[in-house]
Design a protein around this ligand. Structure first.
Ligand code: 13P
Ligand code: SF4
Length: 366
């Protein structure tokens, strides 16, 4: 049968949000269980409302591998759709409604730069004997493949200390990329002194470190960060505590070390939601993570007399996650109704095999 062209996005671009929402519902009805919608907690409300499954990166990657639907539509960012492709069955299709939905932190480490770091480290020690490469799940598939190939592993915000322990059980040092803050906080939780955690600047020779610093280091932290979470400041916490001495502070581990240290609880997006939801009525919370999540949580718990306040005075949204809007979702689903797959995320086979090794190590270890 001759292939017909996919429906162009131009026809959806100007669609009002509400109309797009109605078309999403109609398309979903037609698709039934041929499609599953996985949605990260940072997603905007008018997309989140259509989710079959919501979660943090660990939960969503586990569930992507267990779904039976032939089409996995990922309302998240690029690396999440890659993980869904790697962990799902070969006949399943992973789709990202807007290909511009990337993660700026993931882009801070590239395979070329990590390979160069590995080569440079080998001038000081044998990295394949002494260093476990650990990549945060917020990274491209080729970096996960690098870890799979070099005895390394993937971690998420909810299992990073456990994964570091797994790594130290095998080799004496860790190269942790791309998020320095998650690496530092997890190392701190394990009792590793600050002076045994050094920053690798990929734009400088030998990461800007001396041979002595590398020899002494337990964790070599990539110079990467999340531009959303680095907006939160210790001063925001101090102000809140002065105003509400009984208030509680909860933050994501992508926040800076000082913000984490001054928080009462640290954890993944799923952990933040479950902790505040389980808290006693009448409690007050300051939350250091993305705005969509915080606003939704505030609405959900206010009938119990709980108050949820956003940590920053400026707007901190994940602008790349925001690219997944009702218009792109409606466009994606209507194409599926017509038997067309648009924006498929397909990791090349040789990368997917090795990346899966690193992901499965993580799933087994957590
Ligand atoms: P979680 O795994 O905690 O959902 O974090 C993902 C993320 O990108 C946070 O910025
Ligand atoms: Fe990436 Fe930060 Fe957005 Fe998370 S909030 S997806 S780390 S840019």
């Amino acid at each position: 049968m001759a292939q017909t062209a996919s429906i162009s996005f131009d026809r959806f671009n100007q669609l009002p949000d509400q109309a797009a929402g109605e078309r999403i519902r109609a398309a979903r009805e037609k698709l039934g269980d041929r499609v599953v919608l996985l949605c990260h907690h940072y997603q905007r409300a008018d997309v989140y409302a259509h989710a079959d499954i919501t979660g943090d990166s660990l939960k969503l990657s586990r569930l992507a591998s267990q779904s039976n639907a032939e089409n996995i539509v990922f309302c998240g960012v690029h690396f999440m759709a890659e993980v869904a492709d790697i962990l799902s069955r070969p006949e399943q299709v992973s789709i990202l409604p807007d290909l511009a939905a990337g993660c700026s932190m993931a882009d801070m480490a590239s395979l070329a730069k990590v390979e160069r770091a590995w080569r440079e480290l080998s001038a000081v020690l044998d990295p394949d004997e002494k260093v476990t490469p650990v990549t945060y799940i917020n990274s491209a598939a080729d970096l996960k493949a690098f870890c799979g190939d070099h005895g390394g592993i993937v971690c998420t915000s909810s299992n990073a200390p456990k994964i570091l322990q797994w790594s130290f059980d095998r080799r004496e040092k860790v190269l942790f990329f791309p998020d320095q803050h998650l690496g530092r906080w997890s190392g701190f939780k394990m009792g590793i002194p600050q002076d045994e955690m050094v920053i690798w600047n990929p734009d400088l020779e030998l990461g800007g470190l001396s041979r002595e610093q590398i020899a002494k280091a337990r964790i070599i932290l990539w110079h990467g960060y999340c531009s959303v979470h680095q907006m939160f400041q210790p001063a925001d916490i101090i102000r809140f505590r002065n105003q509400y001495p009984d208030g509680m502070v909860i933050s994501h581990p992508e926040c800076s070390f000082e913000v984490c240290r001054q928080s009462d609880h640290i954890g993944s997006t799923e952990y933040i939601l479950s902790t505040v939801k389980a808290a006693p009525p009448g409690t007050r919370w300051l939350v250091g993570t993305e705005l969509n999540l915080v606003q939704r949580l505030a609405e959900e718990v206010k009938h119990e007399g709980k108050t949820v306040q956003f940590m920053a005075s400026t707007i901190c949204m994940c602008s790349t996650m925001q690219r997944i809007d009702p218009q792109h979702l409606a466009w994606t689903l209507e194409n599926l109704v017509e038997g067309r797959v648009v924006n498929q995320i397909k990791v090349p086979q040789h990368e997917a095999v090795l990346a899966k090794v690193a992901l499965e190590r993580m799933l087994a270890a957590s």
